[in-house]
Design a protein around this ligand. Sequence first.
Ligand code: PMP
Length: 417
Amino acid sequence: LADQVLQKRKTFLGPSLFHYYQKPLNIVEGKMQYLFDENGKRYLDAFAGIVTVSCGHCHPDVLNAITEQSKLLQHATTIYLHHAIADFAEALASKMPGNLKVVYFVNSGSEANELAMLMARLYSGNLGMISLRNAYHGGSSSTIGLTALRTWKYPIPEGEIHHVVNPDPYRGVFGYDAKLYAKDVQDHIDYGSSGNIAGFIAETIQGVGGTVELAPGYLKLVYDIVRKAGGVCIADEVQTGFGRTGSHYWGFETQGVIPDIVTMAKGIGNGLPLGAVVTTPEIASVLAQKIQFNTFGGNPVCSAGGLEVLRVLDKEKRQAHCNDVGSHLLERLRALQQGHEIIGDVRGRGLMVGVELVTDRKEKTPAKEEASVLFEKLRELGILLGKGGLHGNVFRIKPPMCFTKDDAGILLAAYTV
Ligand code: PMP
């Protein structure tokens, strides 16, 4: 069956699709932190469909919420009233600090960042956007410019887009020195722009970029610089939100800042196509005289599902759980690092963990080949991870948030086989 699916994919789907594993996996079922292939083989899913399945695959409560809503009404759009979108917006706003109280629903992370960029440009009256090198903020025709994984060879769209030095404590030129990284932002504004910018966007832990946690204190400094230059500060919480980092509900809280606009997707829907932008009434008012319409944004099924995701994460205390299991996992990985030269860096927070493999700890030479071999071996042992970073040598461990300490033990035992 897998061969047939692969053949159809090759014939009828675009050539930009890629798959993990030499012999691609054909997944037919998911249950909480497990996936099952066509032969019924069970895999421990430590990547959650690219950090998306937050509560667990087919979590019974989320499944029930979307099933019941689907029976009643699947679509109507916001030209009519429907309680689900209103209830969901209220619940989401209650999770935000400060004056972040106005919600727009969209269908993906790219759409959320598109809308955030539009608002930043309208609100500031400026064009220039700043993002971090190695960042991923989407693949749509404008967010592709914010996405600064230059090895992907995307064209940079028209308009001022600045990619500033990544405050990456492991590989970055300035180590942990947030001030020097922040100076690069100021330099871009002073020397590379008209002096005014529309906005700055960053994740607090870069996901696709390789689970890179920004140098502590960086966002505080940069938010000040950006606001002084007339711009707004956007936090991309597509991967870091909803308690995954364990210590906080939102990634930006780990840096002690409150953004002007927050974008989210992935975990918000546990797998449903759903994204959101949350901002202040003042910034949202730039769209008051305009029509910002999204046919599927906040449709009843996704809203009912998203609302249930928020409830489940609270009810099951998933943020505290991520903290507990994540700290345990990080500690054990660091112990493993002692005896394994190839583990160059272990980093992250909660259930957003990165393990960077290098052939030489001093030079930090990416262990690309070794990472690929191990990646295939773990799959054979029934463990699915993510791979990322510029050189594909970073294992990304970002499982559904129901992942347990026992699961962490299974993962670690497999590594040492
Ligand atoms: N922002 C971040 C941080 C992401 O990781 C992604 C997706 N990997 C996006 C935005 C884009 O989301 P989507 O694929 O839903 O458009």
